[in-house]
Write a protein that binds this ligand. Structure first.
Ligand code: ATP
Ligand code: MG
Length: 497
């Protein structure tokens, strides 16, 4: 019985163009995947202006090439020579048509298993919309018109995107730059293996977000412990266990922390916190995954994580046909989160400690320098001399009082404890006090600060002091408190200048 065609082809094509590649890079990555999977060791991406501001993107490889029958399958949505295979990257039969048409209204494929016999076919969204095309056109022989069109390799494939209406950037330059960074990261493991990727004749260098290996990035991170390896059975198959491998890297904070924000951005240090997820040797996602209730903080920029898994575990990781995102299942979270959250907290604490240690060695808070510079405006403090146990007046003989803010876990009720050590006035903040945890620490390393919240905290600090003072009973205590308040106010006047 003849029925309706299963797919309403015209609307399907328009709808599937929106099916969710998050960037031009992830769409092009599908074509690069196919090339590497066809055993190419050279993939050449070319982006050019086609006139009228339109762009042409082509991806040429020296892989096995396709015979005519395979080519027709290749352009079909769902057509694959490896449907549901778990041996490599491709398995859905969607990458070539879907990735291409997410960026362009036309895709042409040229492929040759010998250089004198080039087959070609295409898909064209406008022809499909007008009804001129309702299937994959049977491949035809392509005769190169110009010498430059002859293949450079004995076997291979070229995919050409034209009528590109959905590229992320309008200029060739911006596109090349973006693709260079993204593809260098996405395919870094292929590049380390010796594969070669070019964009507009420039070799793409690998980018290691873990800062271990040489490439288009700084190097200098060290592993945090040996890799964790989990034996996991693919869901539903009861098949042989396969492995998830997790590695952590700690960045050389002492060396790199003094870079400007600009430099940190440029080198991918700032805002780089997270996990690089590697499926079948290529990155499919980067994000804050498997960290349980631990929220991302700026300190977390200083360590990285990479999780590698084989396609047998796609169901567990929630991989879909666009291969650019994971949607971890509960089962996966229950395997990874307990360890990863604990280690994330350890690393955060380690970074924090090293950050403070570095700060003490060299760079100082501005407040400490301001206090030091203005100290001479006040009566000198009498302190014990450092060399001999005698009283000296600081401010005389050029000596001056040093100011220092430190933090410790103090077994005390006070939120800070002052002390004079040698020529230094030290304020130790109590890490166990709410003031440290709720007011001071969140301000540390924060990129943006909510002024209303800071004002509220300042007011609460004053109200707390006032409440404590008003709670004093005896006259002596009240007088002492008043004296302290006046002295504090005078010093504040001097410090604020
Ligand atoms: N560059 C290429 N060289 C050789 N064969 C290719 C190339 N690109 C695509 N193919 C063939 O076309 C088929 C379809 O490719 P497509 O990317 O659409 O699906 P897939 O790679 O099988 O699966 P996925 O959707 O997961 O990428 C492939 O199975 C492969 O046989
Ligand atoms: Mg593919």
């Amino acid at each position: 019985m003849p029925g309706y065609p299963l797919v309403a082809i015209r609307s399907f094509i328009e709808a599937t163009r929106d099916s969710g590649y998050k960037s031009t890079s992830s769409a092009i990555a599908e074509l690069v995947d196919n090339a590497f999977e066809a055993d190419a060791d050279l993939v050449d991406v070319a982006i050019a202006d086609d006139g009228d501001g339109a762009k042409r993107v082509s991806v040429t490889d020296n892989g096995t090439g396709m015979p005519a029958g395979t080519m027709q399958l290749a352009l079909q949505f769902g057509g694959s020579t490896r449907f549901n295979s778990r041996r490599g990257t491709g398995r859905y039969g969607m990458g070539l048509p879907n990735g291409s048409l997410s960026q362009a209204r036309r895709v042409d494929v040229y492929s040759w298993t010998n250089p004198h016999n080039i087959w070609s076919s295409y898909l064209d969204v406008d022809e499909i919309a007008s009804g001129a095309l309702d299937g994959v056109p049977p491949p035809v022989r392509f005769k190169p018109g110009r010498a430059a069109e002859y293949p450079a390799s004995p076997t291979g494939t070229t995919v050409v995107l034209t009528k590109c209406d959905r590229l992320d950037y309008r200029t060739v330059r911006a596109l090349v730059k973006r693709l260079n960074t993204d593809l260098g990261r996405i395919f870094r493991h292929r590049l380390y293996e010796g594969k070669f990727l070019k964009i507009n004749e420039e070799p793409v260098k690998p980018t290691d977000p873990l800062f271990f290996r040489e490439g288009n990035n700084l190097v200098g991170a060290v592993p945090y412990g040996p890799p964790l390896v989990y034996d996991v059975c693919p869901t539903g198959t009861g098949g042989t266990p396969t492995q998830i491998t997790v590695r952590f890297a700690v960045l050389p904070l002492e060396e790199w922390h003094s870079m400007s924000n600009d430099e940190k951005n440029r080198h991918g240090i700032s805002k780089g916190a997270g996990v690089s997820v590697i499926r079948a040797g290529r990155e499919i996602d980067y994000g804050w995954y498997f960290m349980g209730t631990k929220r991302k903080e700026n300190y977390d920029d200083w360590w990285r994580c990479e999780i590698a898994f084989p396609p047998d575990l796609d169901e567990l990781f929630g991989v879909t046909h666009t291969k650019q995102k994971v949607n971890p299942t509960e089962a996966l979270n229950s395997i990874l989160v307990p360890d990863l959250e604990r280690i994330a907290r350890e690393l955060n604490a380690l970074v924090r400690k090293r950050y403070f240690a570095v700060r003490e060695e060299g760079k100082r808070f501005r407040s400490e320098s301001v206090a030091e510079d203005r100290d001479h405006l006040m009566q000198p403090l009498r302190v014990h001399g450092t060399s001999a146990a005698r009283l000296v007046k600081l401010g005389q003989n050029g000596s001056r009082l040093g100011y220092m803010i430190d933090e410790k876990t103090l077994n005390a009720l006070s939120f800070y404890v002052p002390s004079l050590v040698g020529d230094n006035l030290k304020v130790v903040l109590n890490r166990d006090h709410n003031f440290y945890q709720k007011v001071y620490r969140p301000l540390f390393g924060a990129e943006r600060v909510e002024p209303a919240l800071v004002l509220e905290h300042l007011q609460l600090l004053l109200l707390a002091a006032a409440r404590a003072e008003c709670g004093l009973r005896s006259r002596v205590e009240k007088e002492m408190a008043e004296r302290l308040r006046e002295a504090w106010s005078n010093v504040l006047t001097a410090f604020l200048g």
